[in-house]
Design a protein around this ligand. Structure first.
Ligand SMILES: Cc1ncc(COP(=O)(O)O)c(C=O)c1O
Length: 407
């Protein structure tokens, strides 16, 4: 039978703003996304056959290539296979998942912990479970995208306070606590773009004053901050005052996955309500074993964190001498203010031509006119390589006339 239905046209994606922008960058050879890494030894990588010093990674402890960590991952595959093919709630819960839950609870200093398949899922699942229809989430304006998305998913109300600004937070607490059932203050422990540290003792003080919960996303703090890398809560000695601590394994812990820790009843509530936990397959065995081995290494071998902080101090001083504005960073994330988007991209190209892999950060990830190059350092970086990085940045600063201060 003949088909007389008219053929409707589908709206294409090619004229969307984002694709227009990507094409413009590709046409000008300034597209630095999805770079394919052909080989990696953590602090150096090979891209298009060229060896580059990696200063754009979150592998702070450099443990992705540590022999003890690799061996643990290989053994886990031999024992449990490559995947769990189901959620922890049903068929995908291995004894090593539970062992890791306990190990991380001990390490972080909380009563209980549960591991998720990614950090993003940990935030989405936990925050949407915790923040119900009558609840309020107060979050820092520079929080990570996963927290922004969590606030969209949660049934409760969300208000933003100014970045790390405690009077802005207090104003919101004062005018809102009586209107809601639970109030949850949510903030990154170490902010992912600027590398600054949350004023956690102040947040804790305000939370106590107004009866609010504290939820810290410590993706960039776990493994790095505090004694033996136990995180930002340990760094400030306020573990017992933080109700929920979230961490990821996609940075210091050399793998993939996430964790939420807190009191036994709160974590039991999360594991029976967080949809991204219940309806998504569990962390693969090799990832579980990797994270467990990373915790062993960072707690037993002090030289790892000593190397990291010595490298960070070396580079931070170097950038200061060169006159870069580094946003007062006190962590392994050292952002360098560039200003103009085009300059940030051209400078990234220059760095690449000199064998340095760095990442530009452009609006909307940062405010307009505040493009930066986000650099980050590892325990495994070689001082000679870092000296070379500083030398090349020194040349670039002159060529691209990078300002010494934020405009
Ligand atoms: C602050 C912060 N929270 C959460 C995440 C998400 O973690 P994951 O990579 O494990 O999904 C990231 C990763 O970029 C992050 O930087």
């Amino acid at each position: 039978m003949e088909n007389n239905h008219p053929v409707a046209t589908k709206k294409s994606f090619s004229d969307s703003k984002i694709i227009e922008r990507a094409n413009l960058l590709r046409d000008n050879d300034l597209y630095f996304f999805f770079r394919a890494i052909e080989e990696t030894e953590a602090s150096t990588v090979t891209v298009k056959g060229q060896k580059q010093i990696m200063i754009g990674s979150n592998n702070y402890l450099g443990l992705t290539h540590h022999p003890y960590v690799k061996e643990a991952a290989i053994k886990a595959i031999e024992k449990y296979g490559t995947g769990c093919t189901g959620s922890r709630f049903l068929n995908g819960n291995l004894n090593i998942h539970e062992e890791l839950d306990h190990k991380l609870a001990d390490y972080l200093g909380h009563e209980k912990a549960i591991v998720f398949s990614t950090g993003m899922q940990a935030n989405l699942g936990a925050l949407s479970a915790i923040c119900g229809p009558k609840d309020l989430m107060l979050f820092d304006s520079e929080n990570h995208a996963s927290i922004i998305d969590s606030s969209r998913l949660a049934m409760g109300t969300t208000f933003k306070y100014k970045h790390n600004d405690m009077s802005s937070l207090e104003e919101l607490l004062e005018s809102n606590v009586s209107r809601f059932n639970r109030v949850i203050i949510v903030a990154d422990g170490v902010f992912s773009m600027t590398g600054d540290i949350l004023k956690l003792p102040e947040v804790v003080r305000l939370a106590k004053k107004y009866g609010a919960y504290v939820y810290v996303d410590d993706a960039h703090g776990i493994g790095v901050m505090g004694p033996q890398g136990r995180g930002t809560m340990s760094h400030f000695d306020v573990v017992k005052d933080v109700d929920f601590n979230m961490g990821t394994f996609s940075k210091s812990f050399a793998s993939i996955g996430g964790v939420i820790s807190g009191s036994a009843d709160a974590i039991d509530y999360v594991r029976h309500s967080a949809r991204s936990f219940m309806f998504s397959a569990s962390m693969p065995p090799a990832a579980v074993a990797t994270v467990s081995a990373c915790v062993d290494v960072v707690t037993r071998d002090p030289s790892i964190l000593e190397n990291l902080w010595s490298n960070v101090a070396f580079v931070r001083e170097g950038f200061k001498e060169l006159g870069f504005y580094t946003y007062g960073s006190q962590t392994p994330i050292i952002p360098l203010y560039i200003g103009d988007d085009m300059k940030a991209l051209q400078m990234t190209k220059f760095l690449e031509s000199k064998g340095i892999f760095a990442t530009p950060v452009l609006p909307p990830a940062v405010p307009k006119g505040e493009a930066l190059i986000r650099t980050s350092y590892m325990a495994s970086h070689d001082k000679k390589d870092l000296a070379r990085v500083l030398e090349v940045f020194g040349e670039a600063k002159k060529i691209f006339e990078i300002p010494n201060h934020l405009h």
